[in-house]
Ligand binder design. Structure first.
Ligand SMILES: O=P(O)(O)OC[C@H]1O[C@H](OP(=O)(O)OP(=O)(O)O)[C@H](O)[C@@H]1O
Ligand code: HPA
Ligand SMILES: [Mg+2]
Length: 176
């Protein structure tokens, strides 16, 4: 089996949209501090690019959850691989994700993090695949809606590969 990557969103498109969303977030949180939660591993590239362009004070923490393993289909069970280092009490939490697909990861995260008494909790995603939703999730900031295709790049992997691509691509599987 060979794999080809077709560009869905170019590096320029992604970068310019991240700038727009960062400007909107900076306006919405004017006068406040944002506690960014990067959802590893997929969210790491987007979190860095977004954080660099937000103009209000930012603190960062990392959480690692996994439900896809090396597959293109979710196992349906979200596992915490690494929890946050810091408490959320009284903080304006913004969860940063690479993609919302079935919505299982985010609905689980909002549920458990919401119980830690943050001042507010919102969600920012690079990509949203609304057609595939099985759990309702309120998305506060979304850079792009995409069709129901398995995508890679900008943190997103296929069997752990392609996370480092600077654009969003679709994996096309061939016979050789
Ligand atoms: O909406 P969902 O169907 O839950 O899918 C979205 C989640 O799946 C992927 O993570 P994955 O579990 O593959 O772990 P990773 O970020 O370490 O690659 C992706 O990074 C999101 O976190
Ligand atoms: O389209 C996807 N690509 C990579 N990882 C993912 N996790 C959920 N959906 C996807
Ligand atoms: Mg992830």
């Amino acid at each position: 089996m060979s794999e080809k990557i077709r560009v869905l969103l170019s590096e320029e498109e992604v970068d310019s949209r991240i700038r727009e969303i960062a400007a909107k977030i900076s306006r919405d949180y004017a006068g406040k501090e944002i506690h960014l939660i990067c959802v590893l591993k997929g969210g790491v590239f987007f979190t860095c690019e977004l954080a660099k362009r937000i103009t209000v004070p930012v603190t960062l923490d990392f959480m690692s959850v996994s439900s896809y393993g090396d597959d293109t289909k979710s196992s349906g069970v979200v596992k915490i691989v690494k929890d946050l280092d810091q408490p959320l009490e009284g903080k304006n939490v913004l969860i940063v994700e690479d993609i919302i697909d079935s919505g299982r990861t985010l609905s689980y995260l909002i549920d458990i993090l919401g119980k830690r008494k943050p001042e507010s909790i919102h969600l920012c995603t690079l990509l949203d695949k609304p057609e595939r939703r099985v759990r309702d999730v309120k998305v506060d900031y979304s850079c792009f809606n995409i069709p129901d295709e398995f995508v890679v790049g900008y943190g997103l992997d296929y069997a752990q590969k392609y996370r480092n691509l600077p654009f969003i691509g679709v994996v096309e599987l061939g016979e050789n």
